[in-house]
Design a protein around this ligand. Structure first.
Ligand code: ADP
Ligand code: MG
Length: 150
């Protein structure tokens, strides 16, 4: 089987609630190889590039605010690049569906996600690329080549 690369982002809500350690620990049971990891202060151009596919959606401006940490008063998030067999499906299943109340209760979004009662933001804790092609593309957006190990 071929290996796939996936970008994971530990989103600002998870950073604000100090969940990064437990999330990385939980993800380790998927036995994927970590090939890059860093803290990133997300500037507007990076947020726009990452979420370009959503730029026509009504929630796009709020999504940029969310990933830039404006809703949670957070100044950096964690970006991780994983590599492994079937990595996209393994990670997407493990993180769960977008809306926390629809996500499997044992998934990361089911366990830790919620709709924020104040901002109404979907605080869904984590991002993972949804295809091998997007995995490659997103990793190249977030990481320089020399920040990755093979
Ligand atoms: P996923 O993160 O599961 O790949 P999408 O690609 O559909 O989901 O959306 C990207 C992100 O945009 C979501 O994780 C969520 O943070 C935000 N989002 C998606 N749909 C909405 C919506 N209807 N209202 C607010 N935010 C949304
Ligand atoms: Mg997506």
């Amino acid at each position: 089987m071929t290996e796939e690369k996936v970008l994971v982002l530990i989103k600002p809500d998870a950073m604000a609630r100090n969940l990064s350690g437990i999330i990385i620990h939980d993800l380790s049971q998927l036995k994927l190889k970590m090939i890059g990891l860093k803290l990133v202060s997300v500037q507007k151009h990076l947020a726009e590039k990452h979420y370009e596919v959503h730029k026509e959606k009504p929630f796009y401006p709020d999504l940029l605010k969310y990933i830039m940490g404006e809703y949670h008063n957070v100044h950096s998030i964690i970006a991780i690049a994983y590599n492994g067999e079937n990595a996209v499906q393994k990670l997407r299943e493990y993180i769960g569906l977008k809306y926390p109340d629809e996500a499997d209760p044992i998934s990361l979004r089911g366990r830790y996600g919620k709709v924020n009662s104040k901002t109404k933001n979907i605080d869904n804790v984590i991002h993972a690329s949804d295809s091998p092609e997007n995995g490659e593309k997103e990793i190249s957006i977030w990481f320089d080549k020399d920040e990755l190990v093979e």
